[in-house]
Ligand binder design. Structure first.
Ligand code: MLT
Length: 202
């Protein structure tokens, strides 16, 4: 079994869904704990550190250039992460989590939805892009997905996030895609929208 360095914080309120927190390039397992608590106070938090290093910066898969992914590695790392989540669920006794991913973490969450949909109960994708050019036809069976994009994001073109929304909807996900007046960074509006959305899907 491949292990991930990770943090786990148990739930403090029984009704809240567990969250799988997936950081951006150069982040680590501590980065999104605060965001997770703001979005869903009381949820169990499972937060792994990406196992790929790019000039010392942790990520969840290799890329050839910014926005150009090593898709063989995307597939391999998504399976690795799926195994980690399955093992962590047994170890910590948690239900299938809702992923909360930012940037590279949102991209691996999107890959998980396409390759291993059973691993996630849903996903909040902050500044995600299409992770695979030729994904298998996933069956997302009404899984809820909140996709928040930045109108002025220099990394993710509007056409790319629209394509991801279409891909996930086509696979059967219940996608709520909002384009915010923001760049690649998370804004206060992301936090508010994510918190309201999670309240509505609980
Ligand atoms: C990626 O490599 O996943 C995207 O370019 C986002 C990033 O990490 O900057």
């Amino acid at each position: 079994m491949t292990d991930f360095i990770h943090r786990f914080e148990p739930a403090t309120s029984a009704g809240s869904p567990p969250l799988l927190l997936l950081h951006g390039t150069g982040g680590d397992e501590n980065d999104l704990l605060g965001l997770g608590k703001m979005i869903s106070p009381g949820s169990a938090l499972l937060s792994p550190r990406g196992r790929v290093l790019e000039h010392g910066m942790p990520r969840f898969f290799r890329r050839l250039a910014e926005g150009v992914f090593d898709e063989t590695d995307v597939r391999r790392r998504a399976i690795e992460l799926a195994d980690f989540v399955a093992n962590a669920r047994t170890q910590y006794g948690i239900a299938a989590p809702i992923a909360v991913g930012f940037s590279n973490g949102a991209n691996i969450a999107a890959a998980l939805l396409l390759l291993k949909p059973e691993v996630l109960a849903g996903a909040i994708l902050l500044r995600a892009m299409v992770p695979l050019s030729d994904p298998p036809m996933a069956k997302l069976d009404g899984k809820p997905v909140l996709l928040l994009s930045g109108q002025a994001d220099p990394i993710v073109p509007a056409s790319n996030s629209a394509k991801l929304a279409a891909l996930l909807s086509h696979a059967g996900a219940r996608v709520d895609h909002k384009v915010l007046p923001a760049g690649h960074q998370i804004s206060q509006a992301d936090v508010t929208l994510a918190r309201n959305w999670i309240g509505s899907v609980e």
